[in-house]
Write a protein that binds this ligand. Structure first.
Ligand SMILES: [Fe+2]
Length: 276
């Protein structure tokens, strides 16, 4: 896991939020933002889920520098009632679950540098805003994120946060959706990285498996290189339904008795996705 601080540093509230302080961003940082957005939005047309592209058009993220969260919140609030809050970076699970359960999405208040455009070691505001926020304008996906966080708060009491963490990673970060016989990306880890999106959708080396929630929650993932398996949903309605209806407490008991699967490992019950 990425390292997190145990308690908020000075200047950061109890719930880990801080003011965005938009004025402090430099012209160079605004230029980096514009460059990233322009490049990524142009590249994503063939690969991103329709809901993501629609969200991008609502939010209008390109061309005028780092957006003010207050302005994005007007668009996002109208679309789904979600709001963005600035945080210093990766925050503890409990604070993360609490924000999402209340339809607030934490955005890291820092941006990668010009020397490091293609990659940010920790999630930065480009990943958090460009990768995640367009999908939060989709009402079904927005409800799924909240349902996931509510399950996350319950999972903490059961010592099962890691299972929910894997569900998040294989859906919210690296999820694929089948749209009209085509694979498209909706995960933010994909949509903020053209290289991994291309790998996930087109590489013969990537495994693409129809999402089964128990299977996903026992599948490990890579932090430092591309995933070897990606999970495919038919629709976000299905993702929401399965998350809202699953009896997670029973499933955790069942999954705890099974070994963790490596990212590229296959199981006999996998339904491999074939395009078309
Ligand atoms: Fe993310």
């Amino acid at each position: 896991m990425l390292p997190t601080l145990e308690s908020p540093p000075p200047g950061v509230a109890e719930d880990w939020t801080l003011p965005q302080d938009w004025q402090r961003f430099t012209p160079d940082q605004h230029a980096v933002w514009d460059m990233l957005c322009e490049r990524q939005a142009a590249a994503m047309g063939d690969y991103a889920a329709e809901a993501f592209l629609h969200g991008l058009s609502i939010l209008d993220l390109s061309g005028s520098g780092i957006p003010r969260l207050s302005e994005l919140n007007q668009q996002l609030g109208t679309a789904t009632g979600w709001q963005l809050v600035a945080v210093p970076g990766v925050i503890p699970n409990h604070a993360f679950f609490r924000h999402l359960a209340a339809r607030r999405f934490p955005v890291a208040n820092k941006l990668r540098s010009l020397d490091n455009l293609a990659y940010s070691e920790e999630p930065d505001m480009f990943h958090d805003i460009f990768g995640h926020v367009p999908m939060l304008t989709n009402p079904v996906f927005a409800d799924f994120m909240q349902a996931w966080a509510q399950a996350g708060l319950r999972a903490e009491g059961l010592g099962a946060s890691d299972f929910l963490g894997r569900l998040y990673l294989h859906t919210v970060e690296f999820g694929l959706v089948a749209e009209g016989g085509q694979l498209r990306a909706y995960g933010a880890g994909l949509l903020s990285s053209l290289a991994e999106t291309t790998h996930a959708i087109t590489s013969p080396d990537a495994r693409r498996i129809t999402l089964d929630i128990g299977r996903v929650m026992r599948t490990d993932y890579h932090f430092d290189r591309f995933q070897e398996s990606y999970f495919v949903v038919d629709s976000f309605d299905e993702l929401l339904r399965v998350t809202a209806e699953t009896d997670f407490a029973s499933l955790y008991v069942e999954l705890s008795a099974l070994p963790l699967l490596k990212s590229g490992e296959a199981t006999a019950s996998d339904v491999v996705y074939h395009a078309g």
